[in-house]
Design a protein around this ligand. Structure first.
Ligand SMILES: O=c1ccn([C@@H]2O[C@H](COP(=O)(O)OP(=O)(O)O[C@H]3O[C@H](CO)[C@@H](O)[C@H](O)[C@H]3O)[C@@H](O)[C@H]2O)c(=O)[nH]1
Ligand SMILES: [Mn+2]
Length: 567
């Protein structure tokens, strides 16, 4: 508690053992300097074998040393965050801002509709006032199958949400939850569980049957939503398809316990061959505009369709940061780690991103905040749309201003109005994709967008709660990993050369530590040159009998053999 009796909604703690780490890093640095000095002082003379290669090794070692220095930005100053959700509830009760959740999908084959709707259902069931929650599914494939699955999910949600709340279920993705309890003793389970299991299995069978058949049965096609596909000629050529499947403001939209349901919207933005779609960034920007007309939540959460909510309290966690009266007004986004539930035992390709999520992002958080990494990130809507940070403006969450929309317009009118916002031409001659929304033209649209937000003066927060907030599907094959890492490393390198480069544009706008931290990722790709050189050339020279490393001296050989001799 501060002197003024103020209880913060979150606290930030520095990591223990920082001094120890710094001493350790200092010793490594001494080692690096010794290697450099050996290399410089033993350069073969002109005309001697291996002179050029030696100089090449020196260059590689200088690079490694420099890169090691950059990585210290990720390790020097780790911080950990903790939230106080009870204080949030006590102080604000239900006076909480609207939260709009964007789920993106792009291909019903790679991202099966059952996985997509499990993600959607998990976020619809957040422990948060449902009238303040709206979920938008962006479908870049414009797939009838995905729409059909979402339609089924909107019915299932009427039973699933009350069930989750009654039994305090975790996680709230039906597939993950039902999998987790299937091994326990059936006789002790409430009868509601059997009912929900049956409902889920029925829905799953129906969706999977439709997927297998490849077309929808006549009876399903009667839903008015399917008529939207009349304009559809291919996934790259169709009008905007937009359906409000649950309108939270509709008095008839109630769950099985007569409670309000969160709003649920399906959007497939307009696609035309002659307009570039800008991948996920284009989808997100269309959703930002569409949601502003429908629910206009002040907080926006983005999750990929392969990453379900594993912690129903995550929205409240995020709000503890945004709504803290003293520090909340500086925070633009709260990034949760990407965790995965399909990590193989030996983690052959290190796809768990463990070092990034358990070390590096805590380090960046100590210098002003982590990168925005796409999924599992809560944003303030207005910062995402380009607002500058201003010290004068404190928290101004416009709490509880539900426009009485029923009287103004019906759901159908609202749908028509919103469709325009997702059209191809809407962004012509606007700042969308540049200063507004997510930036276009970069394979890691999220990272460059986050950097530009931080350069406008905002901070971000990394929150890594004990119960993981999101669990996703990590790539498992070498081919998938290579594609993903190529995209990330190429994208990050592009940022270094772009107008938003952390090396020069960010100078003076973000802290030096954060600049170095960004550079470390941006130079990831260039590391390969030194690594390839270092791993190939010395071996080739050894074959020719030319050593490029010092021979072990008497003392070091003794040290090496000593313990073995004792054994
Ligand atoms: O045209 C597209 C392409 C992709 N997506 C969606 O974007 C998300 C991420 O795409 P994915 O191919 O799964 O990329 P990953 O490499 O797994 O994604 C990581 O890296 C991306 C780039 O940094 C971030 O956008 C993601 O959030 C982050 O999880 C998925 O939900 C897709 O459905 C679209 O909506 N439209
Ligand atoms: Mn993914």
């Amino acid at each position: 508690m501060g002197n003024d009796g103020y209880l913060p909604l979150f606290e930030t703690k520095r990591a223990n053992g920082r001094t120890l780490y710094r001493v350790f890093a200092g010793s490594i640095f001494v080692g690096i300097c010794l290697i450099w000095s050996y290399r410089v002082s033993h350069v073969p003379r002109d005309g001697e074998d291996g002179r050029l290669v030696w100089i090449g090794l020196l260059a590689a070692e200088l690079w490694f040393g420099f890169y090691w220095f950059l990585t210290q930005a990720h390790r020097w100053n780790l911080v950990y965050r903790q939230t106080f959700k009870d204080r949030l509830s006590h102080r604000y009760g239900n006076e909480l801002p609207g939260v709009d959740i964007f789920v993106c999908t792009a291909d019903p084959v790679i991202e099966p509709p059952m996985m997509v709707i499990n993600t959607v259902l998990s976020v619809m069931a957040y422990d948060y006032p449902p009238e303040k929650l709206s979920v938008y599914l962006s479908d870049d494939a414009g797939s009838q199958l995905t729409f059909y699955a979402l339609l089924e999910a909107s019915q299932f949600a009427k039973y699933w949400i009350p069930f989750c709340k009654k039994f305090n279920v975790e996680p709230r993705s039906p597939a993950a939850y039902l999998d987790s309890i299937s091994i326990s003793d059936d006789s002790k389970q409430p009868k509601e569980l059997a009912t929900i299991k049956k409902l889920y299995e029925d829905m799953k069978n129906q969706v999977e049957n439709v997927a297998k058949l490849g077309r929808l049965p006549e009876v399903h096609l009667r839903h008015k939503g399917f008529s939207e596909w009349d304009s559809y000629s291919s996934r790259h050529d169709h009008d905007t398809i937009l359906q409000i499947l649950i309108d939270g403001k509709d008095p008839n939209a109630k769950d099985s316990e007569e409670c309000v349901l969160p709003t649920l919207v399906y959007v497939a933005r307009e696609k035309r061959q002659q307009y570039f779609h800008n991948f996920k960034a284009g989808a997100m920007n269309a959703l930002i505009r569409v949601s502003s007309a429908i629910s206009n939540g002040q907080i926006v959460l983005n999750v990929d369709c392969d990453m379900y909510s594993n912690n129903s309290l995550a929205v409240r966690d995020a709000l503890c940061f945004f709504m803290d009266e003293k520090k909340g007004h500086e925070i633009a986004y709260v990034q949760f780690p990407q965790n995965f539930d399909n990590i193989t035992k030996n983690e052959l390709y290190s796809s768990s991103l463990r070092v990034i999520s358990q070390v590096e992002f805590h380090g960046l958080d100590g210098y002003g905040g982590p990168l925005y990494i796409g999924t599992g990130c809560f944003h303030r809507r207005d910062t995402l749309c380009g607002r500058q940070f201003s010290r004068e403006i404190h928290n101004e969450f416009k709490i509880d201003i539900p426009r009485d929309r029923e009287r103004e317009e019906t759901t159908a009118v609202l749908e028509e109005k919103s469709k325009v916002l997702a059209s191809c031409t809407y962004e012509n001659n606007t700042e969308w994709g540049k200063e507004m929304g997510l930036k276009y033209g970069c394979p890691v649209e999220d990272v460059i967008t986050g950097l530009s937000i931080q350069c406008r003066g905002w901070k971000s927060v990394y929150y890594n709660p004990e119960r993981k907030a999101f669990l996703g599907v990590a790539p498992t094959t070498l081919a998938q990993i290579l594609v993903q890492h190529k995209r990330w490393s190429e994208g990050d390198f592009q940022i270094l050369l772009s107008k938003y480069s952390p090396a020069w544009f960010a100078n003076g706008k973000i802290s030096l530590g954060l600049q170095l931290g960004y550079c470390c990722y941006c130079l990831w790709a260039t590391n390969c040159l030194a690594v390839l050189y270092y791993s190939i050339v010395p071996s080739l020279y050894l074959l020719r009998g030319i050593p490029l490393f010092p021979e072990p001296s008497g003392v070091s050989m003794e040290w090496w053999h000593g313990p073995r001799l004792v054994e």
